[in-house]
Design a protein around this ligand. Structure first.
Ligand code: PHE
Length: 433
């Protein structure tokens, strides 16, 4: 069977944006920036996006497009032993997806309950059977989409949900910025504390966040690249995805902090900001139902389009390596994810599944979402630049552009970026409190 393809450049672009824009932008970026120097955080963040994120994205697209295979098949075509690297990448991205889906389930639950007028707080969902039930529901939705294939499933979903989430975000921006005291929130968020730039952990936080947000290192971009037409320019499309992703994260911060300050809530609530603090506000705000509905639908669209991209990594491996049907591969992989993510779905329940005093979900986010993806990005960049022929990659990058930056990007990817990643990885493990 010929390999599936994106039906158009826009379809590919929207799928790339859909994967990048996710919970990382709306839920994670605002509180990470808030905790790490506010406006000053944008400096290390933009540096990591431009110098590390974009080259790594381009590399993944290039390898996928040239070798036309899943993460395992493509790396195997470079050299047989590299299939193990592919397997590691696939396993880490499955682990990320397993807890990511739990949070995706919360967004759907909050949306539906807000809509029918039930004013829920965080614990109502996480402590009840609702958390595992919605985890299963979004798992089924995700696998149905992926089972329908690249064009009819993934591309079509992104063509609806990505414009949809932009529209929803626009509504939230207008609302949030016209609230009384919105400016206080914005100045909390954006007043730069430059002394923080001397702090090591701010830089590692920025790198980790940029990687997570751009979906780098998890094999997704490589897999999406394998369905890409040779005529599409990698440099310009990657830059569009990265700029879009960064803008959405930045704007989400404006929304979240304006709302939180306007209603006099505690801004430094960390990871619970979107799920514990905002529901309390939507409960009492005028038109809270509408706003809560808009906000959680936005989060749900963002999360689902990222989740399907992660599922496609494993599904593509199963299809390429075993010639299994798409439907079978999607069902099998989702079943495995359900088992992997079940402890995370119970981590805030009354059973409060914890390891070392940390809820399982938080632990998985730290281990796999932050350290894991930096590690797999390091593995991928080394595998593709030290073992693959330089011309192959450079030709791919330089196709259909006038900038001819391929050689320079390859140099960064071969020497500078692996060193930087190694450094960040070691530092983030040592300095993580
Ligand atoms: N980029 C997505 C986000 O910002 C999440 C993601 C992480 C997707 C890792 C794939 C791999 O939420």
């Amino acid at each position: 069977m010929p390999r599936e393809k994106w039906s158009s450049r826009i379809g590919f672009l929207l799928a790339g944006i859909g994967s990048a824009v996710g919970l990382g932008n709306v839920w994670r970026f605002p509180y990470i920036a808030g905790q790490n120097g506010g406006g000053a955080f944008l400096i290390p963040y933009v540096i990591s996006v431009v110098l590390l994120g974009i080259p790594l994205m381009i590399l993944e697209f290039a390898v996928g497009r040239h070798f036309k295979g899943s993460i395992v098949s493509s790396l195997k075509r470079i050299r047989k032993e590299l299939r193990w690297v592919g397997m590691i990448v696939m396993i880490v991205s499955a682990l990320v997806l397993s807890y990511y889906l739990v949070i995706t389930g919360w967004t759907l639950a909050f949306f539906l309950f807000t809509l029918i007028g039930t004013k829920l707080v965080f614990e109502d969902i996480t402590q009840s059977y609702l958390s595992p039930v919605f985890f299963a529901i979004v798992g089924v939705i995700m696998s149905v989409i992926v089972a329908r294939g690249i064009g009819r499933g993934i591309e079509k979903t992104n063509k609806i949900m990505v414009p949809g989430l932009v529209l929803l975000l626009a509504v939230m921006v207008v609302y949030a910025l016209t609230l009384p005291n919105a400016m206080d929130g914005i100045s909390f968020y954006l007043t730069p504390d430059f002394s923080k730039l001397l702090d090591y952990s701010v830089w590692t936080a920025a790198f980790g966040q940029a990687f997570f947000s751009l979906s780098v290192g998890s094999g997704i971009l490589l897999t999406y690249g394998s369905y890409l037409d040779e005529r599409v320019s990698l440099e310009s499309n990657t830059s569009i995805i990265a700029v879009f992703d960064t803008l959405i994260a930045f704007i989400s911060g404006l929304v979240v902090f304006s709302i939180v300050f306007s209603f006099n809530f505690e801004p430094a609530a960390g990871p619970q900001l979107a799920f514990a603090t905002l529901p309390l506000i939507f409960k009492e705000a005028p038109y809270g139902i509408v706003l809560g509905g808009v906000f959680y639908l936005l989060l749900f669209f963002a999360a689902l389009t990222s989740a399907i991209s992660m599922l496609e990594v494993g599904v593509a491996v199963l299809i390429d390596e075993t010639s299994m049907s798409r439907l079978k591969a999607a069902s099998l992989f989702s079943g495995i994810l359900f088992v992997l993510g079940f402890p995370a779905a119970l981590s805030y329940s009354r059973m409060s599944l914890q390891i070392l005093n940390t809820p399982v979900l938080d632990l998985m986010d730290r281990l796999f979402g932050s350290h894991g993806t930096i590690f797999t990005a390091l593995l991928t960049s080394v595998a593709a630049t030290w073992f693959c022929d330089k011309r192959t990659i450079v030709n791919q990058i330089n196709k259909n552009t006038n900038c001819n930056l391929g050689g320079f990007i390859f140099f960064l990817l071969k020497y500078i970026i692996p060193l930087a990643l190694f450094y960040v990885l070691v530092a983030s493990i040592i300095f993580y409190e």
